[in-house]
Unconditional design. Structure first.
Ligand code: HEC
Ligand code: HEC
Ligand code: HEC
Ligand code: HEC
Ligand code: HEC
Ligand code: HEC
Length: 348
């Protein structure tokens, strides 16, 4: 079940994919801007014949980014059943799904694709703001303006993935962030996909960063919500390290326990580290969510509505998120830290 992303024609400004553009800073201005909306007597952005507030080459900031990023490997894709390889953030193509509901009765109670994660105001590519949320839950960022440049500074920052940090003004005045950009190292967007030995190195600060728009949503125990941005403690660290799937709950070891599907933050993480957490490692928003979108509701790193991971995709016909343990009896990945499948009756 799919719709196809509206492909961009004639808006590609680079010759091959393996070419740098941003180079970690501000790219050449006319990669994104047009001064007169005219070249060779033809409108550069035919969608904005009466002008564009930022002299952009396409109608919205996100449309400008997507013009290149839909055919780069990341982070759009064109077919929600054949997404591009994961690099960490997750793919926006699932916003086009007609159903993400793999819970009970999911086939007849569709959860539309706009619940797959952050929506994008990019009409030129068939994408629209969220139909459910008008602001960021826990905060006040306007969903109507949500797009690539709500999180990434188009002119670059010195930080990870040029995300905005403390004091940075977002989208020409729409918001000012108060918390720093996260400390992390990412994969090359042209390199090998995410795996257990090749993944974003989340070092710290992601929960506070998401909190720039989501307030202290999920942030502390006093609100009786799941903690984020706090140490996981010795007991949970040990559970994580021993847990090697529903069928092998005590067989893991700290040196090899890292699961890219259930990451934690730790300054010692590297893009190839396989070590599990210590008591001071932190549970973070990114433990359970991806930053862009996934083929599960709420940008879940796994589908929170299924009992066995192998049920993913069955009711909805959406993309099946791979089970890292590759076992038909595997239960929810919440068990990596809580091991509540100890009494699972495995009936082969
Ligand atoms: C990767 C795309 C991209 C590149 C490259 C780029 N811009 Fe922008 N620029 C944008 C977008 C998108 C906006 C609209 C505001 C937003 O969404 O943050 C913008 C807004 C602006 C603004 C008005 C708002 C502000 O932030 O001051 C100015 C001025 C500007 N750009 C100048 C430049 C100059 C000069 C260069 C080259 C040195 C450049 N831009 C390169 C995408 C880009
Ligand atoms: C002209 C084509 C083009 C446009 C337009 C474009 N990008 Fe890119 N982008 C690239 C290429 C090529 C790369 C990979 C190499 C590099 O980083 O320069 C990339 C990489 C990135 C990265 C990863 C960078 C890193 O070093 O970790 C981010 C984040 C990104 N782009 C965001 C954006 C955003 C946001 C916009 C819109 C404001 C945008 N891009 C517009 C071509 C483009
Ligand atoms: C620039 C502001 C901003 C930042 C930063 C931000 N969000 Fe959001 N988020 C929003 C808005 C606005 C919505 C509601 C509209 C939408 O889904 O596009 C939202 C919605 C969500 C949703 C619900 C999606 C749905 O479809 O129901 C989740 C989950 C989420 N955010 C998680 C995160 C996480 C995790 C981070 C950090 C990696 C983060 N957000 C960072 C603004 C933000
Ligand atoms: C809600 C904030 C948010 C929005 C909106 C957003 N990004 Fe990102 N993006 C991030 C974060 C955070 C990361 C790092 C993710 C990770 O490694 O877990 C990232 C990573 C990336 C990367 C590196 C590859 C990857 O998938 O990890 C690229 C390229 C990128 N973003 C481009 C874009 C473009 C283009 C758009 C709009 C089409 C966009 N982003 C919208 C927050 C956002
Ligand atoms: C332990 C896993 C976990 C962590 C950590 C976590 N979330 Fe969630 N999040 C969920 C689940 C599961 C849902 C589905 C709704 C629910 O269970 O309340 C959700 C739902 C959401 C929603 C949608 C709420 C709505 O009203 O539609 C947003 C936004 C969100 N999370 C943001 C965040 C942010 C921001 C952080 C970090 C500060 C975070 N989450 C940390 C698991 C988590
Ligand atoms: C990276 C590890 C990690 C993951 C994954 C994780 N949690 Fe947690 N969870 C924690 C930590 C740390 C606490 C706080 C424990 C404490 O204070 O003793 C916690 C607390 C809880 C609590 C409250 C327990 C109490 O004693 O009050 C519940 C319920 C819970 N988690 C459910 C979940 C669910 C459901 C998921 C999957 C959506 C999940 N957790 C995923 C680490 C994790």
């Amino acid at each position: 079940m799919r719709k196809i992303l509206v492909l961009t024609i004639g808006l590609c400004f680079i010759a091959g994919t393996a070419m740098a553009f941003h180079d970690g800073g501000v790219a050449h201005c006319n990669g994104c801007h047009t001064m007169h909306n005219s070249q060779n007597g033809v409108l550069v952005d035919p969608d904005s014949p009466n002008g564009n507030p930022w002299l952009l080459k396409d109608s919205t900031p996100s449309d400008v980014c997507i013009a290149c990023h839909d055919h780069l490997d990341q982070p759009l894709g064109t077919d929600p059943l054949a997404p591009p390889a994961l690099k960490g953030g997750g793919n926006f193509v699932y916003l086009l799904e007609d159903n993400l509901n793999d819970g009970h009765g999911g086939a007849t109670n569709p959860i539309p694709g706009d619940a797959a994660g952050h929506n994008l105001n990019a009409p030129g590519h068939g994408l629209a703001p969220d139909a459910t949320h008008s602001v960021s839950p826990g905060g006040s960022f306007p969903a109507s303006q949500m797009g690539c440049t709500s999180c990434h500074d188009p002119h670059g920052t010195g930080d990870f993935r040029f995300l905005y940090g403390a004091g940075r003004v977002v989208q020409d005045g729409l918001a000012t962030f108060t918390n720093a950009a996260p400390d992390a190292d990412g994969l090359s967007i042209f390199g090998a996909p995410e795996s257990e030995t090749n993944h974003t190195a989340y070092k710290g600060g992601m929960s506070a960063w998401c909190g720039n728009c989501h307030g202290d949503f999920h942030a502390n125990n006093t609100q009786l919500v799941h903690p984020s941005g706090m140490a996981i403690g010795g007991t949970i660290a040990q559970t994580y390290n021993l847990y090697n799937g529903t069928v092998d709950q005590q067989g893991g070891a700290q040196a090899t326990a890292y699961l890219a599907e259930v990451p934690f933050e730790d300054p010692a993480n590297t893009t190839s580290s396989t070590a599990g957490p210590s008591a001071s490692s932190q549970v973070s928003c990114i433990t359970c969510h991806r930053a862009h979108a996934t083929s599960a509701p709420d940008a879940g790193r796994w589908d929170f509505n299924v009992t066995l991971l192998e049920e993913d995709g069955l009711n909805s016909g959406s993309y099946v998120i791979p089970d890292p343990y590759n076992n038909p009896n595997q239960r929810s990945l919440c068990n990596k830290c809580h091991n509540k499948d100890a009494f699972d009756h495995i009936t082969p």
